[in-house]
Ligand binder design. Structure first.
Ligand SMILES: Cc1ncc(COP(=O)(O)O)c(C=O)c1O
Length: 406
C-alpha cells in the first residue's frame, strides 16, 4: 500500500462541475423508461424503431463488402467531414455540393454540436411547444433562453411566430416539421413558406430536424424548410436553414450515422467542433451505410413505412373504440408517435402509476415543453408494438383514463 492512511471522505465532486454541467439535467424520459421496462408491461413509451425489421443480413454483407473493398482503411481514422461516397450521395439527393454536407454520429450529435457553435449563454432559441426532448437536452448546457412557439394540428402557428419575432430578437429556431416527436404532427406547406420567409427576414437561423420525413405512410409530402430556404436565398451558402437527418429510423439506429446540410461557414465550424468531440463518425459504419444506399435503403423505407402505417391505424382504431369522450389525439401521416390530450383535470404523470398497475406505459407530455405545461398530455409510440399488444395496451389505457375521470 502506497498511502498508509484510513479511508478519506469523498471530495465534493459536484461542487467541481462546470457551470455548463450544472445546466444539464437527467433525461426525464430515461427515468420513466426504467420504470416501464418490466417484462409484463406493454410499453408505448420507448419510441424505438422496430428491431424485427432491421436488415440484419444486408448489414452483415455490407460490412463484408466494405472490409474487402477498402481493406485496413475501413478500420483506420478517417476525415472529420465524412466518407466521401456517403456525402456525395446525400449532396446529390439534396441538389447541393458534397462540401455542404457533414456526417455526424447520430443527429443527436448534430444537435449538440450546433448548440455548441451557435448558442451563447442567454441567446433566444425558439422551440415548438411541445418539442423534441433530446434537443432541449443538447442545447441546455449552452444556456439558451427558450421561447415556446404555439402549435396546433398544422404545426407551428406562424402568426404567433411573427408576433414573437416582432418583439423578441431570436438567434435560432428549432423545429421538427415532419411527424414531429412527440406529437406526430406535420407543419403544413403554406406555413413552411411563411416560416422560411419570416426567419430569413428577421435573420434567424433555423435547425430543421428531420429524422422521420422519409417515413410518410399517408398524405402528400411538403417541401422541406431547407429546400424552401434554398429557393428563397438562391444560394446554398446563403440559406438560413440548417437541415439534419439520420439513417437511424430508415435503416438502423445502432450504426449512429446521420448528417447535416448547411452553408459553408456553418459546416466549417461544425468540422472544428466535431474534431474536438470524436474526430469522425466511425469509418466502417459510414462505409456500411454507403453500401446500403442504392438497393437496401429504398426497400427498407418501404418495409418500415408499411409496418408503421399499419400499426398507427391499429392504434387509432382501438383509441376510437376505447378512449372516453373528451380525449383528443393526433392522426399522424408518418413517423412513430401520436399525441394524446386528456381532459385538463387529469395529470398524466400521476396517471402513469395507475397505468403501470394495468401493465401499460406511455411518456407523460410535460417534459417535452421547454417552459412547462402539457400536464394533461402524453405521447404514445406505435412503432415497436404488435397489433395484439396495441389492442390490449390501448384497452388498458382507456380503462385507466376512465378511472382517472371518476
Ligand atoms: C426529432 C429527433 N431528432 C433527433 C433524434 C436522434 O436521432 P439519431 O439516432 O439520429 O441521433 C431523434 C431520435 O429519436 C428524434 O426523434
Amino acid at each position: 500500500m502506497l498511502f498508509m492512511t484510513p479511508m478519506r471522505p469523498a471530495p465534493d465532486f459536484t461542487a467541481m462541475l462546470s457551470d455548463r454541467a450544472r445546466h444539464m439535467n437527467a433525461s426525464a424520459i430515461r427515468e420513466i423508461l426504467k420504470v416501464t421496462q418490466q417484462p409484463d408491461v406493454i410499453s408505448f413509451a420507448g419510441g424505438l424503431p422496430a428491431p424485427e425489421l432491421f436488415p440484419l443480413e444486408e448489414v452483415r454483407r455490407a460490412a463484408d463488402t466494405a472490409l474487402t473493398k477498402y481493406g485496413p482503411a475501413a478500420l483506420q481514422y478517417s476525415t472529420t467531414e465524412g466518407h466521401p461516397p456517403l456525402r456525395e450521395w446525400i449532396g446529390q439527393r439534396a441538389g447541393i455540393p458534397a462540401a455542404n454536407v457533414q456526417i455526424v454520429t447520430g443527429s443527436q450529435q448534430a444537435l449538440d454540436l450546433l448548440g455548441k457553435i451557435l448558442i451563447s449563454e442567454g441567446d433566444t432559441v425558439l422551440v415548438e411547444a411541445p418539442t423534441y426532448l433530446g434537443a432541449l437536452q443538447s442545447f441546455q448546457p449552452y444556456g439558451p433562453s427558450y421561447v415556446q412557439m404555439p402549435t396546433d394540428d398544422g404545426g407551428i402557428d406562424v402568426d404567433a411566430l411573427e408576433d414573437i419575432l416582432k418583439t423578441t430578437p431570436a438567434k435560432l429556431l428549432y423545429a421538427v416539421p415532419n411527424f414531429q416527436n412527440p406529437t406526430g404532427r406535420t407543419l403544413n406547406a403554406e406555413r413552411r413558406r411563411r416560416l422560411v420567409e419570416l426567419t430569413a427576414q428577421y435573420g434567424v437561423l433555423v435547425i430543421e430536424d428531420d429524422p422521420y420525413g422519409q417515413l410518410r405512410f399517408s398524405g402528400e409530402a411538403a417541401p422541406s424548410l431547407y429546400e424552401l430556404g434554398l429557393e428563397y436565398a438562391g444560394d446554398v451558402n446563403a440559406n438560413y436553414v440548417i437541415y439534419c437527418s439520420s439513417f437511424s429510423k430508415t435503416l438502423v439506429p445502432g450504426l449512429r450515422d446521420a448528417w447535416v446540410q448547411a452553408a459553408a461557414p456553418i459546416i466549417s465550424k461544425l468540422v472544428q467542433a466535431k474534431q474536438g468531440a470524436d474526430l469522425h463518425t466511425p469509418t466502417l459504419n459510414q462505409m456500411i451505410v454507403a453500401e446500403l444506399l442504392d438497393e437496401v435503403l429504398p426497400r427498407q423505407i418501404e418495409t418500415v413505412k408499411k409496418a408503421y402505417g399499419e400499426r398507427a391505424a391499429v392504434m387509432l382504431g382501438h383509441i376510437e373504440k376505447e378512449f372516453p369522450g373528451g380525449v383528443e389525439y393526433t392522426r399522424p401521416e408518418g413517423g412513430m408517435f401520436l399525441w394524446v390530450t386528456l381532459p385538463d383535470t387529469i395529470d398524466s404523470t400521476r396517471m402513469l402509476q395507475r397505468a403501470l398497475t394495468r401493465n401499460v406505459a406511455y411518456v407523460p407530455g410535460s417534459p417535452f415543453f421547454a417552459l412547462g405545461g402539457g400536464q394533461n398530455t402524453l405521447r404514445l409510440s406505435y412503432s415497436s408494438a404488435t397489433p395484439q399488444q396495441i389492442g390490449r395496451g390501448i384497452a388498458a389505457l382507456g380503462e385507466t383514463i376512465r378511472e382517472a375521470l371518476d
